[in-house]
Design a protein around this ligand. Structure first.
Ligand SMILES: [Zn+2]
Length: 444
């Protein structure tokens, strides 16, 4: 029997499929054709059935579905480490917003390109991004080969990208038009949070998401301060307030969801609202601890995100997984909470659900070929008994040796095939001088 042709054959020591049965294949193979997974199974079977134009033998590697960063602000890499050790409201209003008001599309693109490199380097293949001048983030994701759901952040005050709500909606429509036929870039509607918007703005954005049939993403219930402000201004807690405006639905991804009551958790589950959990950001800003066990038990669809590089300060989803698991255990004083498999699910399959993007998050025939590989010869990954345990507790992004998106390699063994990395570093260094100046000009 002649072998069927495909673009790439991958061979690796372990393949962690993250399919419904959580199948793990030893000495496994993956056949990739036209950016999708054509077949996955034992290498002997794959090799007998498929003829790859390229054969990528990853040897003693553990192949995983590419990780999904369900909430970030990629361009904030440019401000990494500039304003640490502050509470959220002071940090965002006195330090971050003033610098952001002076950003240019070129700087946003540069920060996002750096972020895409960092994510590819650390095993992430898809991310959900909210920022200003987001068109530039979309361009960076497109150029670096990453998969992204992108959205212009919408505030009730003007930004460098728009003067008012009508103009903000036009920006979203234009981005949606630009990327509607793009395989890797999708658009979402992104009102920032309840404390930076008005009821009218939230209603309009929900209508826009429905009209364009695209997802909606918002920061929600991040701190008790947000809850207090929401109660004072609108007479409702944040979840009830969004509910009353019709914003809770499977279309909506809410980031953080730290300050929640039992009823609110039930309501998020009932409405199918997805939640992106950001443990490192919540810890660094001392926002609190999200009730991951209670949300999971109630049936809330959960993903994992890094948030921006200012409140983390990296975009490494392996580190985020570890933090997520450890934080839940100490918060509940129960070591069985947030087991490795559940946390790995959040960073893969859960992330796919958060992005509303079927076809990512697991290695299965028909799915997109978004894949990453950990080097099992690293001393910190020896020996290997349990792949999920290694992915969550032992691995760091630095152990990644290959990342591919839609069958295309975006990182391999120190190289970024789609990026002039030395030139990028030089540009980031010179931009950092500008950022520092703005920051100091801000009197801080
Ligand atoms: Zn955020």
């Amino acid at each position: 029997m002649s072998r069927r042709a495909c673009d790439t054959l991958i061979r690796a020591d372990r393949i962690v499929t993250q399919n419904d049965e959580r199948t793990i294949i030893e000495d496994g193979g993956i056949a990739i054709a036209a950016g999708r997974i054509a077949a996955v199974g034992p290498w002997m079977e794959i090799d007998a059935a498929w003829q790859g134009e390229t054969v990528m033998n990853l040897g003693r590697s553990m192949v995983l579905p590419g990780l999904v960063n369900a909430h970030t602000h990629a361009s904030m890499t440019l401000m990494r480490g500039l304003a640490d050790d502050l509470p959220l409201m002071e940090w965002i209003t006195q330090h971050i917003f003033p610098v952001e008001q002076k950003l240019t599309p070129e700087l946003v693109r540069l920060g996002a390109t750096l972020a895409c490199c960092e994510m590819a380097r650390t095993g992430t293949t898809a991310f959900y991004d909210m920022y200003l001048m987001e068109q530039a983030v979309a361009e960076a994701a497109d150029a670096t080969g990453m998969r992204a759901v992108v959205g212009e952040v919408i505030f009730s005050f003007p930004t460098p990208a728009y003067a008012n709500l009508d103009a903000a909606c036009d920006v979203v429509r234009a981005m949606h038009d630009t990327y509607r036929n793009n395989d890797r870039i999708r658009t979402a509607v992104m009102p920032h949070a309840v404390y930076t918007t008005t009821p009218e703005l939230l209603t309009r954005t929900a209508k826009l998401a429905e009209e364009l049939d695209i997802p909606l993403h918002i920061h929600l219930a991040e701190t008790t301060t947000e809850t207090a402000q929401c109660m004072e201004k609108f007479g409702k807690r944040p979840v009830a307030y969004l509910d009353s405006l019709g914003l809770l639905s499977p279309r909506t991804l809410a980031a953080h969801c730290v300050d929640l009551t039992d009823d609110e958790i039930r309501r998020l589950a009932e409405t199918g609202t997805r939640v992106a959990h950001n443990p490192e950001s919540n810890m660094k800003l001392a926002s609190g601890i999200a009730r991951v066990r209670d949300m999971a038990d109630a049936g809330v669809v959960l993903g994992l995100g890094t948030d921006g590089a200012c409140s983390n300060n990296n975009l490494d989803m392996f580190a985020e997984m570890s933090t997520c698991a450890l934080l839940q255990k100490v918060a509940t004083m129960d070591p069985t909470v947030a087991p490795a498999q559940q946390v790995l699910d959040m960073a893969t399959r859960g992330g796919a659900a958060c992005l509303n993007w079927p076809g990512i998050g697991s290695i299965e025939p028909g799915n997109l070929a978004d894949i990453t590989a950990l080097d099992l010869d690293q001393p910190g990954l020896m020996p290997m008994y349990n792949p999920a345990s290694h992915a969550v507790y032992a691995a760091s992004g630095g152990d990644v040796r290959m990342t591919m998106v839609g069958g295309e390699v975006v990182y391999r063994d120190g190289a970024f095939p789609k990026v002039d990395y030395p030139a990028l570093l030089a540009e980031v260094r010179s931009a950092a001088a500008w950022v520092r100046k703005q920051f100091e000009g801000n009197g801080k």
